[in-house]
Design a binder for this molecule. Structure first.
Ligand code: ARG
Ligand code: ZN
Length: 464
């Protein structure tokens, strides 16, 4: 659940915010940061880390029902007598640990508790979870819809922040990134898009199994499966470091083929490479489908757009996320400005190169807003409720923070910081403190005051 009654009654976020502020104080011990994710403390599980999710699904578009087996390849950090996966999906029919039947029960809104016949010993193990039925949608604290979202001819799985648990038994927290492999079987005449590279299409007389492989580590919130009747567009582009990047785009013919967005994509990839360095993944593309959600989502390698959403600025934003958010991923949701502030700033930079206002002009106009404006509170890292994850402070004040940093350290150091950020942390997880440290190292300046003023202190930042 987005916010449990316990969280409302006794706000853990205050603690989280304090811990976060502590991480920003110079010299704060590394242990100041709590071990677990603090916005959704009931998501994610300690004790193991996932290496691969192997998803085998048989899906019926007419009924929206699926038979699914997810093989989770994990590493136990210690001996485990039992362990949890996050799952709010349909009936679980079988759980195997290292191939042997295991006990399992469902508790709370989304816990699947597995007790293997023998304790799992430290090191590699597998857990296979089979489920059957119609996966649910998930409603976020801000009222938006995610999870397994039905479309007119199939469904789309979208998972930011927590919706992956509606269909994927998982360690559903951004700090545990894994490889994803999909083998999704649909009746002939339907197509399946997912993350990563299209590695096979096995046809029988009545069905096709679509095989996708997302080799580069991915957070569960970035997993995407789109099933329906699509126009499939295949092309390729070349990355700055000379790799051929296949582009697979899936567009719903009833809502248009998104030709403008598809044509713009290679140029937008190239723009972001200039900013952040080589494209971090092995394939790209986009998906347009008629899911009734009010947002686009930077699903890894292949962002998702509802009808009409694939405008130039939104495509720039979702493509930027492939570097900032996807390759370099927050550890704690309170640091989501590290994704949204950066992607918004990429939009500002792109627009400036294409006849739009300069970032400095935007900054000035925004800074002129009165102290009472929603932009200023809470500070980007200080929200206390998951309904504020996608608010103006995170996106717009987050982007302003980067502009303030740029003004302070100068263009050369600022753009060096952006590239070093991705070079150092791609495939990994980060905190705001990592950015502070890197920015100080590159610029030689003390920046904790600026970070605190822009990211931690509620109210309009002083002195601009
Ligand atoms: N991260 C998306 C973006 O590119 C927004 C996702 C909103 N998700 C939601 N459940 N409301 O900005
Ligand atoms: Zn975004």
């Amino acid at each position: 659940m987005p916010t449990s009654p316990r969280r409302r009654a006794r706000p853990a976020p205050t603690l989280a915010a304090l811990a976060l502020a502590a991480t920003l104080l110079p010299g704060a011990p590394a242990s100041a940061r709590p071990a677990g994710e603090t916005l959704f403390p009931s998501q994610g599980n300690s004790g193991y880390q996932v290496r691969v999710y192997d998803v085998a699904m048989d899906y019926q578009p007419l009924t929206n029902r699926a038979r699914t087996r997810v093989l989770v390849r994990a590493s136990a950090k210690r001996t485990l007598d039992s362990f949890h996966l996050d799952f709010s999906g349909p009936r679980v029919t079988e759980v195997l640990v290292d191939g042997v039947a295991a006990q399992h029960r469902r508790t709370g809104a989304h816990e699947l508790v597995v007790t293997p016949a023998e304790p799992v010993r430290r090191g590699r193990f597998t857990v296979s979870v089979s489920w059957q039925g119609e996966p649910p949608e998930h409603t976020d604290a801000d009222g938006s819809t995610e999870g397994w979202v039905r479309t007119s001819d199939g469904a789309v799985a979208l998972g930011e922040p927590v919706g992956a648990m509606t269909w994927l038994p998982s360690n559903n927290t951004p700090g545990d990134k894994a490889r994803f492999r999909y083998a999704i079987t649909v009746p002939t005449g339907y197509e399946v898009a997912a993350n990563g590279d299209l590695v096979g299409r096995d046809e029988t007389a009545t069905s096709t199994t679509w095989r996708w492989d997302a080799r580069d580590p991915m957070a569960t919130y970035l997993a995407m499966v789109a099933i329906g009747q699509f126009d499939v567009h295949e092309s390729a582009t070349t990355s700055v470091d000379g790799r051929t990047i296949p582009i697979w785009s899936f567009t719903d013919p009833t809502t248009g083929d998104a030709a403008d967005a598809r044509e713009a994509l290679p140029g937008i990839l190239a723009f972001n490479e200039e900013l952040f360095g080589p494209y971090p993944f092995t394939s790209a593309g986009l998906v347009v489908d008629d899911a009734r959600v009010g947002y686009a989502l930077e699903t890894q390698t292949r962002a998702f757009y509802p009808p009409g959403a694939a405008t130039t600025s939104t495509v720039v934003h979702e493509v930027a996320h492939q570097w900032v958010g996807n390759a370099v991923t927050l550890t704690d949701w309170h640091d989501i400005w590290l994704a949204e502030g950066f992607a918004t700033y990429a939009e500002w930079l792109y627009a400036a190169e294409h006849g739009g206002p300069r970032p400095g002009q935007r900054f000035k106009a925004l800074y002129a807003r009165p102290a009472s404006d929603d932009l200023w509170s809470p500070a980007p890292t200080r929200f206390t409720d998951s309904s504020q994850l996608f608010g103006a402070p995170v996106y717009t004040r987050g982007a302003m923070t980067l502009h303030a940093l740029r003004q302070r350290v100068g263009d050369a150091d600022f753009f060096a910081i952006l590239r070093a950020w991705v070079r150092r942390h791609h495939d990994a997880n980060v905190t705001t403190r990592d950015l502070l440290r890197l920015s100080e190292r590159v610029s030689g300046e003390e920046l904790d005051g600026l970070f605190r003023e822009w990211l931690v202190r509620d109210g309009k930042p002083r002195g601009y």
